[in-house]
Design a protein around this ligand. Sequence first.
Ligand code: SF4
Length: 141
Amino acid sequence: MVEPRGKKYSGNWIDVYYEPRTCIHAAECVRGLPNVFIKNERPWIKPERASADELAPVIERCPTGALHYVRRDGGAQEVPTSVDVVTINAGGPLYVRGDIRLELPDGSLVRQDTRMALCRCGHSQNKPFCDNSHLAANFER
Ligand code: SF4
């Protein structure tokens, strides 16, 4: 299981973790459970409004790894995809899924995760992660 990062939001038998540094507002969470993920409210995540079974699959859709969960109901924790998958998001980042260990050339660990969005335009201020700078840079490839 990935070590959870960021702020914890406790719900009914599930804790949701959110790390804003890697969120690029792809809004999969908002689309998946609009009653739970509400951008303009504080707290913006209201996990008590959904069950662990409802929350887990929506959180796993988050392409950047900004959202994670820890189930406390005995349900299955997130499992990495069986094969690693890299997807080019046109005009945006590389989305990576799997059992990912991101290292520097000297072998030191940058991050271990099941989901990441990596900068492809070269303008991110949060490299190697995407920070949406491709939008201002009008990156089109
Ligand atoms: S799905 Fe992930 S990256 Fe997208 S808005 Fe939600 S937390 Fe941010």
